[in-house]
Design a protein around this ligand. Structure first.
Ligand code: SF4
Length: 418
């Protein structure tokens, strides 16, 4: 093996893969078997780069050669960059070597499209197959599916990968047509549909036959690029909601567009999407999946954009002051979950604790409720209620001012340490 050449390829192909954020590895419970290598389990640890991107896995492209010319992509065929391609065996060897040295916990493998979708997908599947069957590798494998790849290859991929994902790329079909004219939305939807059916079928099969082979046990996910096209947060989240509902996705990843290429169809090079927008989208996504919010409650025609100053739950609450205050000692779980400053865990603790005695501010604080937020929206056993004549806007100002002064205090404390 020519180490210098492999290192050079690694530099090129790991760098090209950094724009894909859909690499969290949770959700699989593949166990180490037959004295094999690795053990992918829930909570496998992730690490993040300075700009917040996950790098816990060996995250590479098989190649950055590509026959397509997607405007937003650094690997597009008309971009003048250094190109490289790993062989199947090189990716297998790298994964095993890095795993043995404890550098990684698994593999995230994507690729530019060379020749055609099936030719590329076949090679991705081959990597996973070799790792599982020749090296008895039980670590986590996430394969990016190539849009337009055949059902047979998707089926085979599901036997070896923990997670499969098909990138939607743009939140809407119109955005995709504009920036990726070679791509077709249906080529993304068909494999997602196929995977969904197979995952459901496999779950049923596993109930009947314990030893039935696993099929993509960590499910499927997708990624949308935000800010390369002018879609609002409403369009982004409605699209995510549609795919969660219809394709049983484990996760939608929101990737703020990083301007690396000049193209008149794209935003100017100096207009990167603020990280806080990505953050707000993830918070909104969380509200839809775990807090019982309907997408239209978070973003709608009156509020098509998420408020970047405050989180989406607080934003919803101050627009719906008529729903408050709620009595924390009587309200049901769904209502409690709508209170800013109360998370899932705290809500459950409140339900358990109030069975024994009415709760006041002190107990709520001990439970983990962020009183500085929640106090504007709840009543409890304590007598000191917040003024109820505050408008939503007043509350927003107070909370923002408080966070600001907390931030200044923390910064001063940190500075004093030096
Ligand atoms: S198909 Fe994928 S790798 Fe190729 S240009 Fe488009 S986004 Fe980039």
């Amino acid at each position: 093996m020519n180490v210098d050449r492999i290192t050079e390829k690694l530099n090129i192909l790991a760098d090209a893969a950094k724009y894909d954020v859909s690499c969290a590895s949770s959700g699989s419970n593949r166990k180490n078997k037959d004295k094999g290598l690795g053990n992918a389990s829930n909570g496998i640890c992730h690490s993040y780069t300075e700009d917040g991107r996950c790098v816990s896995l060996l995250k590479i492209l098989l190649t950055n050669h590509c026959i397509f010319d997607c405007a937003y992509c650094v690997s597009r065929k008309n971009n003048d960059i250094k190109r490289a391609a790993f062989t199947v065996q090189e990716v297998v060897d790298l994964t095993i070597n890095f795993y043995r040295r404890n550098y990684i916990e698994g593999l995230f493998l994507s690729s530019g499209i060379f020749k055609n979708a099936d030719y590329t997908m076949e090679r991705l599947v081959h990597v996973a197959k070799k790792l599982r069957t020749e090296h008895n590798f039980n670590g986590y494998i996430h394969l990016k599916s190539i849009p337009g790849a055949s059902a047979e290859l998707m089926q085979e991929a599901g036997l070896y990968a923990d997670r499969l994902s098909v990138n939607l790329e743009m939140p809407t079909e119109a955005g995709l047509k504009l920036l990726a004219p070679d791509k077709n939305r249906q080529d993304m939807i068909d494999p997602m549909h196929f995977l969904n059916q197979e995952i459901i079928r496999n779950t049923e099969e596993k109930k009947l036959f314990k030893n039935a082979p696993m099929f993509a046990p960590a499910g499927q996910s997708t990624q949308v690029i935000v800010g390369a096209t002018p879609e609002s947060d409403q369009q982004v989240l409605q699209s995510a909601n549609y795919f969660y509902k219809n394709f049983n996705l484990k996760r939608v990843y929101y990737s703020g567009y990083v301007p690396v290429l000049a193209d008149k169809r794209l935003p100017a090079l100096n207009t990167a999407v603020p990280l806080v927008r990505e953050n707000r989208l993830y918070q909104a996504d969380w509200l839809m999946r775990f807090y019982g919010f309907h997408v239209n409650e978070i973003v709608n025609n009156q509020n098509p954009l998420l408020d970047l100053d405050i989180d989406p739950k607080l934003s919803w609450a101050i627009r719906n002051m008529q729903a408050f205050p709620i009595d924390i000692n009587k309200a049901d779980l769904q209502l409690i979950l709508r209170v800013p400053g109360i998370g899932l865990l705290s809500a459950q603790k409140i339900l358990a604790a109030r069975k024994f005695a009415g709760l006041g501010w002190e107990q709520l604080k001990k439970i983990g409720v962020a009183i500085n937020r929640a106090r504007y929206f709840i009543t409890c056993k304590s007598n000191e209620f917040e003024r109820r004549d505050l408008t939503g806007q007043n509350i927003k100002q107070f909370i923002m001012a408080q966070s600001q002064s907390k931030y200044i205090k923390n910064t001063q404390t940190q500075l004093n340490l030096f």
